[in-house]
Design a protein around this ligand. Sequence first.
Ligand SMILES: Cc1cc2nc3c(=O)[nH]c(=O)nc-3n(C[C@H](O)[C@H](O)[C@H](O)COP(=O)(O)OP(=O)(O)OC[C@H]3O[C@@H](n4cnc5c(N)ncnc54)[C@H](O)[C@@H]3O)c2cc1C
Length: 368
Amino acid sequence: MLIARSRELGFAGEFIVIDSDPNAPYDRPPLSKQFLLGTGPVEPAEWWPEATPILNAKAIGLLTDKRTVLTDKLGEVAADAVVISTGAGSIRLPNGPAGVLTLRTAQDALALRSAVDAGASSAIIIGAGTIGAELASTLAQRGLAVTVVDLAPQPMQRFFSGHLGEEAKAWMHQAGVVTHFGVAVESIQKTDAQWTVRVSGLDLHADLAISAVGARPHTEWLTYSELDISNGVRCTADGKAMLTSGGIADGIFAIGDVSARQAEDGTFRRFESWTQAQRHGAALAEYFAGFDSSELEQAPYGWTEQFGRKVQVHGMLPPAGELVQVYAAEERNAALYRIGSAEEDVAWIGVNAPRQFSRASMGMSLLS
Ligand SMILES: Cc1cc2nc3c(=O)[nH]c(=O)nc-3n(C[C@H](O)[C@H](O)[C@H](O)COP(=O)(O)OP(=O)(O)OC[C@H]3O[C@@H](n4cnc5c(N)ncnc54)[C@H](O)[C@@H]3O)c2cc1C
């Protein structure tokens, strides 16, 4: 989005894009949804400017003062500005044996779809965050017997900040998904074609074992850069990367999942959200072009699709805030929830209620 928006604003200079994924550019959200249900290829991202090539190489270091990226195949690449947008990668289970599947890249999605196409009839998903829950939904739709296990007491604990746990469990159970929450994985073993996952003393068996325990920002290549990479690249609210010394690294920026942005209360927040990543890119393009961007003034937004429901979240959900249902249409499994009472702090969760959700999140009345 940084490049697309820069071109819209008339920037004619050069962008050098380096990515180690040979399938880039593509959108990840369909990988756990439509792609697994279909037979087609991973589609290229529609928003990517066709005229901009992607150089297939891995960034392995950054000479921060020289704005120079060290790469495995292209040597040193210098520029007037460096934008770090290396995203995040799946966390591997400690001591997880080879063959446990994960889902982050097109290659992962192809491997998972091939395993299902080859006749897998059951899956154990370790982790019930948004990706684990979406996978449970999609694989159940494909006819697999699905079991979900998680240490957390409810699905999507982080996405919902602890709210709507019983509802999200019910969506799973109605689709026939078996769940075990509040359990620890003790071992994962493969014998013949079957996996055995032991959780809190109970042995669960399935054809596939899938780990969906979260993502870690891709900052390993920045270890010697002197950037602050405590949890993602720490940066100012508008994306200027910070040094471990506390200062700002001149000409170095971070956007998307890899960036941890400073909020008004001084804390650093990292989102894993397609929309946030797009907003970061557009806002940086506007900053480069000398405009005051309004992209970053919007409240955080995230969405997930699962069990026949489109779930949308607007704002920071306060874990201790009171959740009030303000709209419901049971025949469509639709509902809208408000959390928080002070007008400026209101956050919203919409379930199959896009019109009501967008009116509410714009501060408009739900009536009319
Ligand atoms: C299966 C799945 C489903 C999702 N569904 C949703 C959804 O429904 N809604 C939603 O809001 N979000 C969703 N997301 C999250 C969303 O896709 C991410 O927030 C978004 O992709 C972040 O974009 P990004 O550009 O910051 O990082 P990425 O998309 O991760 O891109 C980073 C790129 O950097 C490259 N890279 C990493 N390290 C290096 C290196 N050292 N050298 C060179 N290249 C490197 C990677 O190959 C990658 O192409 C989903 C994610 C996944 C995996």
